[in-house]
Every structure is written in structure tokens, then in C-alpha cells.
Write a protein that binds this ligand. Structure first.
Ligand SMILES: [Zn+2]
Length: 528
């Protein structure tokens, strides 16, 4: 299957081909992604990671060796106290220091950056994403980039010219292509005083009065600003591919300047594409790290299984904006995924082009390889009805599904857990119900209503377990007609009796799910 589907025109394959074309035949390809862990890593940031991972996958499917690196830009400065963090007064004292020196007031890790890093590092393997993490604070402070910093100082004027070409105001005359965290107070408000043309860089700190000359090769607080740091690292790591968001890809943005500055370091820009924003639908709030309400990968995994989560991204072109829904669209997205799955396994027909396309999306949606046998399919709608009928009991729900094979249980359980969280936390009100307790008091009914309910009780007692859903549905209509009751009215009466609402799941199917013993117990007081 795999080899046949490599020229499907899927965007991950198109980019893999582009990398091979532009970078030539190499023993190893490096694909990069990264972020500053200055806040919770939200689902919009995840788009970059998964976009990279899908291209990594496409390269590996072509038999290529790939290094997938994820840079934690944790030597960045702590600019602003995030709104969702406890003890903001304490955090304020750490402004202008590297984020790795800021305490984690959420108590997750030894420092704030590490806390944000750990959160994401724990989640990524759940969706089959396993990059090699690089920690920039560690690398910078160990002198790993000393050569790169020195190189930037040597080529200061060329870099200035490149940056100025995109600026409305030219850089100041005393501008330096490097910044320094003070060795004493750790803040970056320092001023560079001079450079000895080799490894010695002098600076002064207005905050604590510290003045010194540091050796770039040793532990030091020197760091390149983002627009120079990025291309320096492309060359240092040999990056062949790195996507970036709209902000970096805007006209004169950091990708434009890095593409030119990288030549100073003797390299070339990686193959790239711009990925678009993600919005959130059906749960309110926006995804921005600066607001308290941040939707992370963990929130998405509450409602979408790992495969569904990957499907959302694999099935959408990266440059298209889309919304991750928590409302009724969830039902449709699961149905789309199931259709894609049926096409992959040849259970549903599709023309050749569509089959190739859907099959590739399906492969890329899997954490590793597709299962040998097609997973068990059941809609979220049906699962929600079962789960609500059984008070969220997942074991009972799975036991009620016919023909499930042991190998299919794990995925099915994940889907049921998502369905239960969705229906209890996000489903519209008219979707939710709770079956009444056994022996609940009967509602006051008219003579014809009462006759219809008794008629249906008789059907439940004698026939329910022997007839199918369609036949049962016919009986519902028949008892209503016999009692001289409008069918619509009868449905209302039954839903009121069962769940205390005017509507509920499709009645015949619902009666079958509840089953004879439970129905007779709940409706006991309508007898006689
Ligand atoms: Zn200082």
C-alpha cells in the first residue's frame, strides 16, 4: 500500500519531494521545529510540530534517514508575567532574565520553561510524535554556539545591512549582533562595550553596576538575537526543512531576513512553508498564550482520539485556516474519519484518485502503521446514547456492541472515553439525557396517551427482544394510531416518561439499547 501511495499529491509528500529536489541526495535529512516555552504550548503551536512530523514521515516513507529536532528556545528572556500563573508578584522579580531562571509557580518542574516543556513532552508521544528535543539555554550557556556568535561579530556590518534593508528605521550606530545576560543579576539590560576581535566581549550592566569582559567559549550569558540566532542554528544543525507561522513568514519577517543572513554563516535556508492559524469552535475563548484560556493538545485529546487529532491536521493543507470544534461538528469529523478508514480498507468504494488521497491521509493519521484489520466503527452519536443509558459505564457500553474483536478493544475504548467527555462537557443540551430511575412516578396522562403507553409496554414485554429496530418502529406508530394519538405527541410522552425531556435519541433504537428488564422497571408505574 505504502509505496503505491507516495505520489498522491498529499502536501506532506509534495514537500518531501521538494526537499529531495532542492537539497539533493543526502545520508541524513534534518527537519526542525521549535518554540519559546514562555507559556503553555497551545494547539496552534502544535500545528507546526505535527506539520513537521508529517513531512518527516513522508521522507522516511521514501526510505530516507531523518533527524527530527525540536528546539526549546528556552534561553529567551522572560518578557511578561503570563496571566494564568499563580504568584505573579514573585514572577515579576524575574523579568528580563532567561526563562530557565524563572521559578515554576505551578510546581511542575525546576523552572518555568521546564514546566511548559515537560507538559508538551509528555503529550507528544500519545499522538505518535517523537522528536529529539534540543534545549537552547543549555547549549548557549555551555558555549556550544561560541563559534556562531564570534562569526556574527566578525560579519556584524553585513548582517546590519541585511536587517536594515527590511527596517523603516536603520539600526542604531552602536548596535551589536549579540545580547548578554548579566553574569551577576542575570538580566539582559546590559550594554556591549566592546569586542576584542576574538573571544572577548565586554559589557556593562545598568541594573547592578557589573562590568566585565567575558570569554565566549566559556559559560557565558551571550546570545544571538532571534533573527541571527535562527539562521546560525540552521547551519549548525544542517536544517533541510522547517515550517513557520504567518508572523515569521510575513514580508520582511524573520524568515526573509534569515534567508539572507544564513549566507553569512555559509549556508542556505531550509525548505519551508507557512502554516496558518487554528481557531476553536464550540467552547468559547481564544487560543492565545497571553490570555488565561489556552486550548492545548491535552484539551483536544479529551474529545478527539490520537488518530482523529492527527487526521484534523493531515487532512487539511497547512496554509488553510481551520477550526477545531467541540460542538456538534465533532460527530461529523468522526464520520469523515470513519469514511476515510473504510476507503483505506476497501470497504467503501471511491474512484482511484479519491482512494489514493484518502488512503494517504489515513496512513498519516495513524500513530505508527495502520492496523492489519479495520478498527471497529461506531458513531459518536450512538456511543453517546449507549454511554448515557449506562451512566457512563464504558465496559457495559463496549459489551453492548456486537461483533467486537479483542484486537479492536483498545481503540474502541479510547473512542468511548472521548465520546463520554464530549457528551458530558460539550454536547448541546438537547443531546444530553439521563434515564429515569426504576419505579419513577408516572406523569399525568390523558386517556389516549395512557392507552398508547400501555400498548407499547405490551410490545416491550412480548416482542422487543425478538424484533428488529425497524419492526419496533412500526409497532410504535401502530400503538399510537390504535390509541388515537398523534405520533409526535406519543414520542413526547415516551421521552418524558424515560428521560423527562420532550426529545431524545431515536426511540426504537433507544428502546432496544435500554432493553426489556430496565424498560419495564423504569415504566413500572405506567402499568395497569
Ligand atoms: Zn547586572
Amino acid at each position: 500500500m505504502l509505496m503505491e501511495t507516495l505520489n498522491t499529491g498529499h502536501w506532506a509528500d509534495v514537500n518531501a519531494e521538494k526537499i529531495l529536489r532542492e537539497k539533493g541526495d543526502k545520508p541524513l535529512y534534518t527537519c526542525a521545529s521549535g518554540i519559546t516555552p514562555s507559556g503553555t504550548v497551545h494547539i496552534g503551536n502544535f500545528r507546526e510540530i505535527i506539520s513537521t512530523e508529517l513531512v518527516v514521515r513522508a521522507l522516511r516513507d521514501r526510505g530516507k534517514k531523518v533527524r527530527f529536532i525540536y528546539s526549546w528556545d528556552d534561553y529567551d528572556v522572560f518578557r511578561k508575567v503570563p496571566k494564568n500563573m499563580p504568584n505573579p508578584e514573585l514572577l515579576t522579580q524575574y523579568l528580563r532574565q532567561p526563562i530557565t531562571l524563572v521559578p515554576d509557580t505551578l510546581g511542575r518542574a525546576e523552572n518555568y520553561a521546564r514546566g511548559n516543556e515537560k507538559d508538551l513532552e509528555a503529550l507528544l508521544p500519545l499522538v505518535g510524535v517523537e522528536p529529539e528535543f534540543l534545549y537552547q539555554a543549555e547549549r548557549y550557556s555551555q558555549g556550544y554556539y561560541a563559534e556562531g556568535i564570534r562569526h556574527a561579530l566578525v560579519h556584524k556590518e553585513e548582517i546590519r545591512k541585511t536587517l536594515d534593508a527590511y527596517r523603516t528605521e536603520p539600526l542604531e550606530a552602536d548596535w551589536w549582533p549579540v545580547s548578554v545576560f548579566c553574569e551577576k543579576c542575570h538580566r539582559d539590560n546590559t550594554a556591549i562595550e566592546g569586542w576584542d576581535g576574538d573571544w572577548g566581549l565586554s559589557y556593562s550592566c545598568p541594573d547592578c553596576g557589573n562590568r566585565e569582559t567575558l570569554d565566549l567559549r566559556k559559560a557565558s550569558g551571550a546570545k544571538l538575537p532571534w533573527r541571527i540566532d535562527w539562521p546560525m542554528r540552521w547551519v549548525k544543525e544542517g536544517v533541510d526543512f522547517e515550517p513557520a507561522g504567518k508572523d515569521h513568514h510575513s514580508e520582511g519577517g524573520s524568515f526573509d531576513t534569515a534567508r539572507l543572513t544564513v549566507e553569512v554563516f555559509g549556508g542556505q535556508a531550509p525548505v519551508t512553508f507557512q502554516y496558518d492559524f487554528i481557531s476553536i469552535k464550540g467552547r468559547g475563548g481564544k487560543i492565545s498564550s497571553s490570555s488565561g484560556e489556552v486550548i492545548g493538545l491535552d484539551d483536544v485529546l479529551e474529545v478527539y482520539t490520537p488518530e482523529l487529532t492527527r487526521f484534523l491536521f493531515a487532512g487539511t493543507r497547512p496554509n488553510a485556516e481551520f477550526a477545531i470544534s467541540f460542538d456538534l461538528d465533532v460527530l461529523k469529523l468522526y464520520e469523515d474519519y470513519d469514511k476515510c478508514e473504510r476507503i483505506y480498507y476497501g470497504v467503501q468504494d471511491a474512484n482511484e484518485k479519491e482512494k489514493a488521497k484518502q488512503s494517504r491521509i489515513y496512513e498519516l493519521s495513524q500513530r505508527s502503521r495502520p492496523e492489519a484489520e479495520m478498527p471497529y466503527q461506531v458513531t459518536i452519536r450512538h456511543l453517546s446514547t449507549l454511554l448515557q443509558t449506562y451512566d457512563g459505564d464504558i465496559d457495559r457500553t463496549l459489551a453492548a456492541l456486537e461483533g467486537v474483536k479483542p484486537a479492536q478493544l483498545k481503540r474502541l475504548r479510547e473512542r468511548a472515553e472521548c465520546a463520554w467527555r464530549w457528551v458530558t462537557q460539550f454536547a448541546p443540551e438537547d443531546f444530553k439525557f439521563q434515564l429515569k430511575a426504576e419505579g419513577s412516578p408516572a406523569n399525568a396522562l390523558s386517556v389516549s396517551e395512557s392507552a398508547a403507553v400501555r400498548g407499547l409496554l405490551k410490545v416491550i414485554e412480548t416482542e422487543l427482544e425478538h424484533i428488529d429496530e425497524k419492526a419496533l418502529n412500526d409497532r410504535v406508530y401502530a400503538v399510537a394510531a390504535e390509541a388515537g394519538l398523534d405520533t409526535k405527541e406519543f414520542f413526547k410522552v415516551m421521552y418524558q416518561a424515560l428521560v423527562g425531556k420532550d426529545q431524545g435519541p431515536r426511540l426504537a433504537s433507544f428502546l432496544k439499547i435500554i432493553g426489556k428488564p430496565k424498560l419495564l422497571a423504569v415504566l413500572k408505574n405506567y402499568q395497569g
